[in-house]
Design a protein around this ligand. Structure first.
Ligand code: NAD
Length: 252
């Protein structure tokens, strides 16, 4: 099976690539950061996992169409798509600039639409396929200093589910994974960007743990396993669902 994973050089995307490649899928790893992608693909190769890297910016619909076409040409029919590319710009909405807002939506919402549309148009004639979008538990829970991000993730989740409704009759499933705080470069960037610049890494880890009933941050692999499950035949009657992977943070 050919699986496309966006944001593949980042924390969660790379963990998804690892699991899918380990399960004998042919994985196309897509990221806009070419050098980070090359490094990731080399590291995977050193671990015995053969993955093909494709540099593309999902916020550009032409690049999204081209990368899906390139993957099909080199690797065969795409059966799975994981939308994990994302950006986070923190700050209160009253100081959020037009550029912050647009840059956030360009990747987190438009990127999901561009990649999903490109993939699903290939899947429909074949009558099979699965898409998982990595949104966020912030999509359903108001968060201060994360308004643009939370709104963009709500849009990403909804576009995934509406698409799921439209393509269900073609045998294609579209689901959402909603992680909470996960220990990746994105989460760590928050700790240097936000108001509490003096806080130590450990202090921040503690503040995050306090809001999580299970008492720990997620590791990227915790989220990746949920993604892999929703792509698999084990989930063959699940579509338009959200699987929240946040240690109970928004549920308990
Ligand atoms: P990360 O920053 O480690 O990885 C994100 C990756 O996306 C990077 O490699 C980056 O280069 C890539 N990317 C960004 N813009 C892109 C674009 N336009 N085109 C192609 N690639 C692009 O972040 P992560 O923590 O692994 O996050 C993965 C996903 O999970 C994101 O969508 C994020 O919003 C979501 N998420 C993360 C957390 C968390 O706590 N880490 C929580 C909830 C949701």
């Amino acid at each position: 099976m050919v699986a496309v994973v966006t944001g593949a050089a980042g924390g969660i995307g790379l963990a998804v690539v690892r699991i899918l490649a380990g399960n004998e899928n042919a994985v196309a790893a897509v990221d806009r950061d070419g050098p980070a992608l090359t490094e990731a693909v080399e590291k995977l190769a050193a671990d015995g996992l053969a993955v093909t890297g494709f540099t593309a910016d999902v916020s550009d619909s032409d690049q999204a169409d081209s990368v899906i076409a390139a993957v099909e040409e080199r690797m065969g029919p795409v059966e799975s798509l994981v939308n994990s590319a994302g950006v986070l710009r923190t700050g209160e909405l009253r100081t959020c600039t037009d550029e912050d807002w647009a840059a956030t939506f360009a990747v987190n919402s438009n990127g999901v639409f561009h990649m999903s549309r490109a993939a699903v148009n290939r899947m429909v004639p074949r009558g099979r396929g699965a898409i998982v979008t990595v949104a966020s538990n912030a999509a359903g829970t108001p968060r201060s200093s994360m308004g643009a991000y939370a709104a963009s993730k709500a849009a990403a989740a909804m576009v995934t589910k509406c698409l799921g409704l439209e393509v269900a009759r073609h045998g294609i499933r579209c689901n959402v994974v909603a992680p909470g705080s996960t220990d990746t470069p994105m989460l760590r960037s928050m700790w240097t960007d936000t108001a509490d610049r003096q806080a130590t890494l450990e202090g921040n880890l503690d503040s995050h743990r306090l809001g999580i009933p299970l008492g720990k941050l997620a590791q990227p692999a915790d989220v990746a396993r949920a993604v892999a499950f929703l792509l698999s035949d084990e989930a063959n009657h699940i579509t338009m669902a959200t699987l929240t992977v946040d240690g109970g943070a928004t549920l308990g």
